[in-house]
Design a protein. Structure first.
Ligand code: SAH
Length: 359
């Protein structure tokens, strides 16, 4: 990990304690060795934190008392966050997760048969200003830390029914994950490493509006994580308007970058496409999409626009979406229609909007 953590050098009393949940294994090993302990103690600590859910150093009963005291003098352990839950008639649960400083984020548990997906946030709010997304209305409040990103898993696990288990993890909640790359990467390491939660990276998807350099870095550092790119338009003119980051990374640059990504033979890049009535859902749009993605190993996920109060768009009609899908399929693209879940509790894609709780 390139980012330096100030907490490693913090001495008791002269600086606020850093959160041990922010550390990667190599950083904790350095600390452990500097304390005169054997390096494997770091794995023991991580095991307590990430597999057994310990929330105090005192609980780490196989560590010596002196070493536990030394850890306590240098680190705190952030508590698992509290969440208020809204339940949809379709089994979807939306968690309003309270962060330490009064900010709040939303995470969504989405059961579908044997699959239970957790939709994770990466930022409180978002700076990307996509015109069809409720989170954009908040603006960016701040980045989440790695511990806050991963804390959503702990909060979600508390809400599962007996026997229910999370099987998939998608960064499709609030925020642009690749605009918070260092913290996202730390969180992905914790989630997917053997020293952390041991989740298979193939079960993790990062969705981005198309921050090209960070996309390339993500797949270099986490080659097995799935990438989803939010495309939504087939011309720069329209994409500039509805997803303004396009002015920085226009379509050609984005698609060229996708073509160059080190995608494994059996994998594909997913492109998300929000269907906005009369805006991007014509058959000419579908044909342009086929031409744009033609040379790529691509899969298209059509998302019918989920409305929110004041939104300047309407959802495309079902038969328009099916006609659009048919054109993509004739063009040899894999195309699916994403079923909207949790609309009755404003938990569907693009409906997440978490305000600071007053009082
Ligand atoms: N910033 C990331 C991840 C968050 S949004 C990204 O842009 O990919 C996850 C997905 O929901 C994106 O594809 C996004 O475009 C889509 N989305 C946003 N608002 C929506 C809405 N109102 N209806 C349907 N999908 C929406």
């Amino acid at each position: 990990m390139s980012e330096q953590l100030h907490c490693v050098d913090a001495k008791a009393g002269d600086a606020p304690l850093g959160d041990v949940r922010e550390l990667a294994i190599d950083e904790l090993e350095q600390f452990v060795v500097a304390a005169g302990e054997r390096a494997f103690r770091a794995r023991q600590v991580m095991g307590w934190l990430w597999r057994r859910g310990a929330d105090s150093f005192d609980a780490m009963s196989d560590l010596g008392a002196d070493f536990r005291a030394h850890l306590k003098n240098h680190f705190k352990i952030s508590p698992a966050p509290q969440a208020a839950v809204a339940r949809s008639a379709d089994g979807t649960r939306k968690l309003l997760v309270a962060l330490g400083d009064g900010e709040a984020i939303e995470s969504v548990i989405i059961p579908a048969g044997a699959r239970v997906t957790l939709c994770l946030s990466s930022q409180a709010g978002c700076a990307m200003a996509c015109e069809f997304c409720a989170t954009a209305l908040m603006g960016l409040h701040r980045n989440l830390t790695a511990a806050e990103i991963v804390g959503q898993l702990a909060a979600a696990r508390r809400e599962l029914a007996p026997g229910e288990q999370l099987t998939n993890y998608v960064f499709m909640g609030m925020g642009e994950p690749l605009a918070n790359y260092p913290r996202l990467a730390r969180a992905l390491s914790i989630m997917t490493s053997s020293w952390g939660m041991g989740i298979s990276p193939r079960r993790v998807t990062v969705s981005t509006v198309g921050l090209v350099p960070a996309m390339e870095r993500l797949l270099a550092e986490f080659p097995s994580v799935n990438l989803a790119v939010s495309l939504h338009a087939t011309t720069d003119e329209l994409r500039d308007r509805i997803a303004p980051i396009n002015k920085r990374y226009p379509l050609k640059r984005l698609i060229d970058a996708c073509r160059g990504l080190p995608i494994k033979p059996r994998d594909r890049v997913t492109f998300e496409y929000v269907m906005l009535a009369g805006v991007n859902d014509s058959s000419a749009d579908a044909r342009r999409l086929v031409r744009l993605l033609g040379q790529l190993k691509a899969k298209v996920n059509l998302i019918i626009f989920n409305p929110f109060p004041g939104a300047p768009f309407a959802p495309s009609a079902r038969d328009t979406v099916e006609g659009f899908q048919a054109i993509l399929r004739q063009g040899n693209l894999t195309a699916t229609i994403r079923e909207s879940r949790g609309q009755d509790i404003a938990a569907a894609c693009g409906q997440l909007y978490a305000e600071r709780q007053s009082g």
